[in-house]
Write a protein that binds this ligand. Sequence first.
Ligand SMILES: C[S@@+](CC[C@H](N)C(=O)[O-])C[C@H]1O[C@@H](n2cnc3c(N)ncnc32)[C@H](O)[C@@H]1O
Length: 273
Amino acid sequence: MNPSEHDAVRAVDLRIDVAHAARVYDYMLGGKTNFAADRAAGDKIIAEWPGSRAAATAARAVMHRMVRRVAAVHGIRQFLDIGTGIPTAPNLHEIAQGVDPASRIVYVDNDPIVLAHARALLAGTPEGRTAYIDGDLREPGKILAEPVLRQTLDLNRPVALTLINLVHFLSDEAALPLVAELVDALPSGSYLALTAGTADSSPARAEIASRRYREAGIENHLRTRAQVERFFAGLELDDPGVMLINHWHPDPDDGPIPPDDEVMAYAGLARKP
Ligand SMILES: C[S@@+](CC[C@H](N)C(=O)[O-])C[C@H]1O[C@@H](n2cnc3c(N)ncnc32)[C@H](O)[C@@H]1O
């Protein structure tokens, strides 16, 4: 961290005594923005499941592929990314603006440490725009009412709503209507890109991660494929449908494709008719 980032970090209550989802994930990805409680939670998962770091990397890589596809193949130039996480290059705007430098991105996260690092998320191209909202998926109305959202995105033009590695922090009853409310607010031609944790492919490993998160005080919910498909009700699922992340348009540039029992998330991309 540089000195001004230290100031930003000091200005918010980071609760470094307890594990936080964004920081545990950062630790699993090999990042440096985490504290002892986060590393302890991560180490317990790694000790029981040595492949968990590779699984986290695979969970991040599918975000890159989804954003590249929605931008390059489907022509989307506006993104609303909720549950952004601690900046880890390449961030979403770097992928989207790599396809078209004029792409516009609004990031949203509810973790103060992500807020403290938001500056790194705002360093986009001069042609495009990036903005950050300190907001919560559980309050979609507030996110949609933020002036910066409409200053950055034109809601009369298609938007990709990206919810990557996020909904497992909420139950189905909680998450489904929230996601539907956000999709409702977007125009026809918009996309929903979503990944969600599952125990379908490796029940024992998924249970390890889930239990360790719960023990660290982080709520999490794993879903079957049918449960994940419910997020896309009324939308047109893009090829290849809801798939384990290692089968969702795998790219050799992401490194070796992990076997099914080393991944624990589904991915789906769908168009709003
Ligand atoms: C596992 S990280 C995923 C980061 C990024 N989307 C990725 O896939 O690399 C989950 C992020 O969601 C955020 N988060 C959890 N619950 C949230 C909520 N209710 N509203 C907004 N953000 C939330 C956490 O703070 C964390 O940064």
